[in-house]
Design a protein around this ligand. Structure first.
Ligand code: COA
Length: 262
């Protein structure tokens, strides 16, 4: 596929995907979602990529929501097709960790894109909001679910039914993001987080993301059971032996050295 609205840049084992429609505030058109999906297809089968960073081109906007011109054409059954919701669901369950580097407006589908990522880091100029009710619709790409999960029901309903925009500082206070940096350091900060993840046991990272994702919809008892099962699996790995041995010998673990061993 020829890419123009989502660009990929790889640095070591980190793939950065940049939504690239700065003249339209990086609004997520059908083409953006197609290109995003196509990148995800490629990255999924690329053993050389361990972490993904998603950001927006330019200094003003991460993603200013769905493309409003396309929204104008939507009919009832398009709501059921929910292409954006499905794409973001794919990101939320992607087999590799995904970091959102929010460099400006994260409105509507932009806020929902960030919410689908594992970790959110924002520049101090970032602005979050779900303006959909002002357009007579609701945040239908996971916003009604993931925002509640991220910040709790009260603040989430407030953002959705008032259309209130919140600053990066407020987002940090609410737990919507876990890091705020100045604009110049944003990608560096995201890369530092990616490096920290890459130093951990890769199977442990992959499993813990799945345990957390699946436990969210399960009873605590089931969640605890899934946690025990995943831990049993990890106890059987060469990565666990390497991690514990390294800790006991006061050295850094070399998980790459035991890759593929059991
Ligand atoms: N869809 C399509 N185009 C969009 C867009 C979107 N979601 N958001 C911005 N744009 C376009 C504008 O139409 C404008 O295009 P033009 O220059 O051809 O007229 C361009 O991006 C710049 O936006 P503009 O509104 O002039 O910039 P601003 O700095 O005054 O405001 C925003 C920036 C992000 C606050 C404002 O563009 C906005 O509110 N966008 C819509 C956000 C939204 O409602 N998203 C949810 C959709 S469900």
């Amino acid at each position: 596929m020829e890419y123009s609205t989502v660009l990929r840049h790889d640095d070591e084992a980190v793939a950065t995907l940049t939504v690239n429609r700065p003249e339209k505030m990086n609004a997520a058109s059908r083409q953006v979602l197609d290109e995003l999906n196509s990148h995800l297809d490629e990255i999924e089968g690329d053993a050389g990529v361990e972490v993904i960073i998603i950001t927006g081109a330019g200094e003003t906007s991460f993603v200013a929501g769905a493309d409003i011109n396309e929204l104008a054409l939507r009919r009832p059954l398009d709501g059921l097709e929910a292409y954006m919701q499905r794409t973001y669901g794919r990101i939320a369950h992607f087999p590799k960790p995904v970091i959102a580097a929010v460099n400006g407006y994260a409105l509507g589908g932009g806020c929902e894109l960030a919410l689908a990522c594992d970790i959110r880091v924002a520049s101090d100029t970032a602005v979050f909001g779900l303006p959909e009710t002002g357009l007579g619709i609701l945040p239908g790409a996971g916003g009604t679910q993931r925002l509640v999960e991220a910040v709790g029901r009260g603040p989430a309903i407030d953002m959705i039914i008032t259309g209130r925009r919140i600053s990066a500082a407020e987002a940090l206070q609410w737990g919507l993001v876990t890091y705020v940096t100045d604009a110049e350091s944003l990608l560096e900060q995201a890369a530092t987080i990616a490096t920290r993840i890459r130093r951990k046991g890769p199977t442990a990272v992959a499993l813990v993301r799945q345990v957390v994702a699946h436990s969210a919809a399960a009873s605590e008892e089931t969640g605890m059971f899934v946690e025990r099962l995943a831990q049993s699996l990890l106890y059987a790995t060469a990565e666990k032996r390497e991690g514990v041995e390294a800790s006991l010998s006061k050295r850094h673990p070399d998980f790459a050295a035991v890759k593929g061993e059991s």
